[in-house]
Design a binder for this molecule. Structure first.
Ligand code: AMP
Length: 402
């Protein structure tokens, strides 16, 4: 089943409420440090404006407490960035006053080709609580609802779920970004071409456990890197020195290794490790094959592991990747993550469908300029991981089927 998309909606003379995910990282001075999430929704906004509609676009930003306007969480910087990105496309981009009543008057006055960016939805406590009353107060703003906020779609905030429900029977559609995310993280993975290889990494086993368990039996191989690998190595009785482990999960990890064996899912763990004495870039370094000596911590997979993983990835027809192979923010411990990225890109070139998700994996690919080499890099961190866990999102239910 696929969702109706914004281009299938007649928008001429209509006001479209677009729920976007503009929860962007900011520098201390409030300026935006990474505008990927804003850029990702521009095609949806543009599609409405170019066809004679107007746009009311809304998002949350940061974690205000729901006590009204807090200047450090204002959407001001987002409005400015939107103005730059929509130059020549939008007649103007206006930042709203307080919700719901002031913004209601501004929405009513909106003309074709104009954009009204609502102030931070989380200034209102009803947003985070998924409050139906708050949703009912903003439902009259627009003639149709468009969800383009994949990064927030695993949450039932008022603007994600109660709002489209309150706006019915007005049309509710998916924006281009949401549709693309669902296509890759939903359909492609559900009907994955085999061999299907999952790559999981990152800091904690606990974060990735549900995804790991969901994948067993569905994928042919799971490559495990990052700090989470050390808990699994410990479960196999391999010494990991001072590496980061979750001791309380060692038994669970043993169970997972057995379950994988019984369901013919191969689990690949690193066979060598790029280690440091301390958790810093200029620490004393050493590569250990097999056991890691006391006093050393694994900060990245080693070169033999990178080769082993690359060989598995080379055979894949579908690859899903969530979590870096090491402390990629601290070169040279980014080498394993980059080697895996290049293997995934090579697989894409050979015809595999390759999808990366999770904030850190996307950041690692972006920093290295490698994102375009994959079939899809998800904008959603938590949401993309929950899709790998097989969760169905309630917020997608009100979106009309195509
Ligand atoms: P996650 O958000 O769970 O995907 O984890 C990403 C974080 O895991 C990044 O900040 C990495 O620096 C960190 N990480 C990856 N490998 C290791 C490791 N071997 N030791 C400590 N942290 C790691």
């Amino acid at each position: 089943m696929s969702k109706k998309t914004i281009d299938q909606l007649d928008v001429r003379g209509k006001k479209i409420f677009i729920r976007a995910d503009f929860n962007v990282p900011q520098h201390d001075d409030g300026s935006i440090s990474d505008d990927r999430r804003i850029r990702a929704t521009i095609p949806t906004i543009e599609s409405v404006l170019k066809r004679g509609g107007s746009v009311i676009v809304a998002s949350h930003l940061g974690r205000p407490e729901g006590k009204g306007h807090e200047p450090q969480y204002s959407m001001k910087a987002v409005a400015q960035r939107l103005r730059e990105l929509l130059a020549g496309i939008a007649a103007n981009v206006h930042l709203s006053g307080a919700l719901p009543s002031q913004a209601l008057a501004e929405a009513a006055a909106l003309k074709s080709g104009e954009v009204l960016l609502l102030e931070n939805l989380r200034f209102e406590k009803g947003e985070k609580k998924g409050d139906a009353q708050f949703a009912a107060a903003i439902a009259p703003y627009a003639d149709a609802y468009c969800n383009d906020a994949f990064g927030a779609s695993h949450r039932n905030d008022a603007s994600m779920l109660a709002l489209p429900l309150a706006m019915k029977p007005k049309p509710c559609v998916a924006g281009f970004l949401l549709a693309k995310e669902l296509k890759f993280l939903g359909e492609t993975l559900e009907n994955a071409r085999k061999p299907f290889v999952a790559i999981l990494g990152g800091a904690k086993v606990s974060d990735k456990l549900p995804a790991l368990e969901h994948m067993i039996g569905k994928v042919d191989a799971i490559i495990v890197g990052g700090a989470m690998a050390y808990t699994f190595l410990l479960a196999q009785g391999i010494a990991v020195g001072a590496s980061r482990v979750e001791k309380d999960l060692v038994e669970k990890a043993k169970g997972i290794l057995e379950l994988a064996k019984s369901r013919a899912t191969k689990i690949l763990l690193p066979v060598d490790h790029n280690c440091g004495r301390e958790f810093k870039a200029d620490t004393q370094k050493n590569i250990f094959a097999g056991a890691i000596e006391d006093g050393w911590m694994g900060l990245d997979i080693g070169p033999q592991s990178a080769k082993l993983f690359a060989a598995e990835i080379a055979n894949a027809k579908t690859v899903i990747w969530n979590g870096p192979m090491g402390v990629f923010e601290m070169p040279p411990f980014d080498a394993g993550t980059l080697a895996v990225a290049h293997a995934v890109i090579q697989a894409t070139k050979s015809g595999a469908t390759t999808v990366a998700g999770g904030g850190d994996t996307a950041a690692a690919l972006e920093i290295a300029g490698l994102s375009p080499g994959l079939s899809h890099v998800s904008t959603g961190g938590g949401a993309s991981l929950e899709m790998l866990e097989g969760k169905k999102f309630e917020s997608l239910v009100p979106i009309d089927e195509a």
